[in-house]
Design a protein around this ligand. Sequence first.
Ligand SMILES: [Zn+2]
Length: 88
Amino acid sequence: MRDRKRIHCKKCGQAYSKIAWSLLPIVESVGATEVRAIVRGWPDGTSVEVRRCRRCRESIPAMVTSAPVASGGAGAGVARKSRLQLVR
Ligand SMILES: [Zn+2]
């Protein structure tokens, strides 16, 4: 589950957290409208950004949501709390 939040370089396998990845130099940014032209049913407000791997310089694409995450963030906090209780 934790792995799904990480972005992996497909060439060297380097894993980045969403924040670490967002600090990498950007190569290209594809807006939702452009992706929709290729991918049917692409979610609104979701774009694709391509950034350069710090280790091997391979391009790493990842989805970026521009929608507010206030409610989702609260939900994630609750999920984390219940998991901690399970560990104890
Ligand atoms: Zn790499």
